[in-house]
Design a protein around this ligand. Structure first.
Ligand SMILES: [Ca+2]
Length: 482
């Protein structure tokens, strides 16, 4: 029996007792349906916060959230770049099922989206901040799939990096809904700590002494990390302050303990690790994200979950935590029994990652992340295998190690089976968006990827015959890689 069931039963009993003059008004509101506040940043890797063991970070509010709730140590962005993550989050579907396999590709979910499910269960919904799927450029107007069609539009993304504006909208929503008849679902989407690396005034100065991660090679990569990281951590500290304001608003409204509070991010950022920049890589700095969930009515404080969980799992898990029936047809799984401690076994013991367009030769890379291993391949060959228990910084690639030959073969077979089961293939294609920018050899590849390290796309000599056929070349929409 979950949060919703228990609390609704308690609510019914307490309401009956109250009617008989036997109880005060301490019952859970809304028949036991909790509010849901989902807060996420942009480009924040898991190892960027105190609660994830990063001594560089100053994140007291988020560390408190982790202490009071559940911390996921292997939360993975399945397709670690902006629009694909958001499409997975909204639909609970893999990129090759919802259509968004790169940025600015049209969102085509074939299921009810998360806000539609909550709305149809009686929730009010709200969204503040960066949206970035189904934008006016793609479909003529901004489609919100169950969220009200208002809020900070994507158009402000280029100019409005003021997290406080996004927080203010959310605080207003929380205050307005306090004491209302319906529970609510609110998403808060900050753009920081996305590049350009520029912390709000007064924050960079807190990070003059930064420990550079051991997987950043000497030379250009280290210089790049030294230059970027103080601002990166400064932006994250500023978000922590904003997060503190949200928690204070919940307390002021008297709904903190009646609200499932989540913090996460859409993907990480390499910032020099392995000699690379940006995201779209399967490495931990790019694909591993923070995921914290506080819900004192059903989640024990200090819960730590080592099992991998992916972006499409968030939707069914939040629905499950709220006590609403999970819709059919989602790729994601409901982890709520695991989080509540009702089950010791995760609903799935791996996360499947797919990146059809970026850096490596068309059609990209695929990967599988288990609790202890990360394995990735390109269409041509096995690429990366890391033993995460022994090698958390992913510095010893075992893929060509003769002693790991059997393990490589086993993981490769497993990845091929997952691809078949999920209906993915190396021939999956999407039209439009920014896809052409990610062909090996074009300026996007050259400008964003490498700080001198070898990477699979670098040495590829593409001929005209290799290029995807049947697609009209056109100017891509995005001017940056969000
Ligand atoms: Ca992003």
């Amino acid at each position: 029996m979950g949060f919703g069931c228990l609390d609704r039963l308690a609510a019914v009993l307490l309401t009956a007792l109250a009617a008989a003059g036997c109880a005060d008004a301490a019952e859970p509101p809304h028949g036991g349906y909790p509010n849901v506040l989902f807060v996420f940043s942009d480009m924040q890797r898991a190892r960027s916060m105190g609660c994830y063991g990063d001594a560089n970070a100053r994140t007291p509010h988020l560390d408190t959230l982790a202490r009071q709730g559940a911390r996921f140590d292997a939360a993975i962005s399945n397709t670690p770049v902006c629009c694909p993550y958001r499409a997975c989050l909204m639909s609970g579907q893999y990129a090759h099922h919802n259509g968004v396999m790169s940025n600015s590709v049209r969102f085509r979910p074939t299921v009810k989206c998360i806000a539609e499910t909550f709305r149809d269960a009686g929730y009010e919904t709200g969204y503040s901040g960066k949206w970035h799927i189904s934008t006016p450029r793609e479909v003529g107007k901004e489609l919100r799939y169950g969220f009200p069609e208002s809020g900070t539009p994507f158009g402000l993304y280029r100019t409005d990096r003021e997290s406080a504006n996004v927080t203010d909208v959310a605080i207003k929503f929380i205050a307005e809904k306090a004491g209302g008849e319906k529970p609510w679902l609110l998403f808060v989407s900050w753009i920081l700590p996305h590049s350009p690396y520029k912390a709000p005034v007064g924050y960079r100065e807190h990070f003059n002494k930064i420990a550079i991660p051991p997987n950043v090679p000497d030379g250009a990569a280290t210089e790049y990390a030294q230059q970027c990281l103080p601002d990166y951590y400064g932006m994250i500290e500023s978000l922590d302050d904003e997060f503190g304001r949200l928690v204070a608003a919940l307390e002021k409204a008297g709904v903190l303990d009646d609200t499932i509070v989540v913090f996460s991010s859409d993907h990480g950022d390499m910032i020099g690790s392995h000699g690379l920049k940006a995201k779209r890589w399967p490495y931990g700095e790019s694909a591993r994200i923070p995921l914290l969930i506080r819900c004192p009515r059903s989640i024990r404080a200090g819960t730590v979950i080592a099992d991998p969980i992916g972006s499409p799992d968030i939707y069914p898990t939040l629905v499950g935590l709220a006590g609403i029936r999970v819709p059919d047809g989602l790729d994601g799984a409901d982890f709520s029994p695991l989080i509540r401690g009702e089950s010791s076994k995760p609903p799935r013991d791996y996360v499947y990652l797919e990146m059809p367009y970026a850096y490596v030769p068309w059609p990209g890379w695929r990967a599988v992340r288990t609790r202890d291993l990360m394995y990735a391949r390109t269409v041509d060959k096995p690429w990366l295998l890391f033993d995460l228990e022994k090698d958390p910084w992913q510095m010893k690639n075992l893929v060509d190690d003769p002693a790991s030959e059997a393990l490589v073969k086993q993981m490769d077979g497993r990845l091929a089976a997952i691809m078949r089961e999920t209906g993915d293939s190396w021939d999956v294609r999407a039209d439009g968006g920014d896809l052409q920018k990610w062909l090996p050899g074009v300026s996007k590849q050259q400008g964003q990827a490498s700080l001198g390290a070898d990477w699979p796309g670098k040495a590829v000599d593409r001929t005209a015959d290799d290029k995807p056929k049947g697609r009209k070349r056109k100017r891509a929409h995005a001017s940056d890689d969000e």
